[in-house]
Design a protein around this ligand. Structure first.
Ligand code: NI
Length: 196
C-alpha cells in the first residue's frame, strides 16, 4: 500500500525517532508499504518519520546509482549490494574529508542543494530480522545512509545549508508546507487547507 509522504513543515520530521521493538505492530507490513511508497516516488531512501512515524527505521536502495560509469569497481559493488532495512541505527563514526553532493528529499520536492558530509561512515543497526550488524560505507553509499539516518534524528538536509542558501529557499519551503506545489506522488501537507 502506498502511504502519503509527509511534507516539510510537519512536526513529525523534527522528532528524534524512538527505538523499534520486535513486537512493533505489523512491522513487516510497514516495511513492505515503505518500499512500495519509496519506489512509487522514485526515491533511493525513505525513513519512517516521512510516513508519519517517529521511529528508528529507514530503508535504502542504492542500486540505481550503481550504473554510473564513472564509479570504480569497488564503489559499484557497494552500491549494487545496498538494498537494506536499517532498524535502530546508531552512527558509530563519520570520517574522511567532507565532500559536496547534490541532495534532494521526498519530503521536500523540487529542492536540490549541495550538502557537505564526511566521506566514510560506520553504522550499527539491526536488519529486518533483528540481527545486529555493523557496516562501513563510503562515497554515495554513505551519503544515502547519512541522509536517511538524519531523518530518524529529526534532521533535514536543508538544515545543513548556509544561512544565505536557507534564505533563498525559504519561500519554496513555505509553499511545500502549504501544498502549493505539483508533485506526482501522494503527499500530506501540514499547512494545506485539505488533504489532496
Ligand atoms: Ni529525505
Amino acid at each position: 500500500m502506498i502511504l502519503p509522504i509527509v511534507a516539510y513543515g510537519d512536526a513529525v520530521l523534527r522528532k528524534k525517532g524512538k527505538e523499534v521493538t520486535k513486537d512493533y505492530p505489523h512491522l513487516q507490513q510497514l516495511i513492505d508499504n515503505m518500499w512500495e511508497t519509496m519506489y512509487n516516488a522514485s526515491g533511493v531512501g525513505l525513513a519512517a518519520p516521512q510516513v508519519g512515524l517517529p521511529i528508528r527505521l529507514f530503508l535504502v536502495d542504492a542500486t540505481p546509482f550503481a550504473d554510473d560509469e564513472e564509479l570504480t569497481e569497488e564503489e559499484r559493488e557497494q552500491l549494487d549490494g545496498l538494498k537494506k532495512v536499517f532498524i535502530n541505527a546508531e552512527m558509530v563514526e563519520e570520517t574522511g574529508n567532507e565532500w559536496p553532493f547534490n541532495e534532494g528529499c521526498l519530503s521536500i520536492p523540487d529542492v536540490r542543494e549541495d550538502v557537505f558530509r564526511n566521506q566514510t561512515i560506520t553504522i550499527k543497526y539491526m536488519d529486518e530480522d533483528f540481527n545486529k550488524k555493523v557496516d562501513s560505507y563510503s562515497g554515495i553509499a554513505a551519503r544515502i545512509i547519512q541522509h536517511e539516518y538524519d531523518h530518524i534524528e529529526g534532521i533535514l538536509f536543508t538544515d545543513k545549508l548556509s544561512s544565505l542558501k536557507k534564505r533563498l529557499i525559504k519561500n519554496k519551503l513555505d509553499k511545500i508546507s502549504k501544498g502549493l506545489i505539483k508533485v506526482d506522488y501522494k503527499m500530506r501537507f501540514p499547512l494545506a487547507k485539505k488533504v489532496r
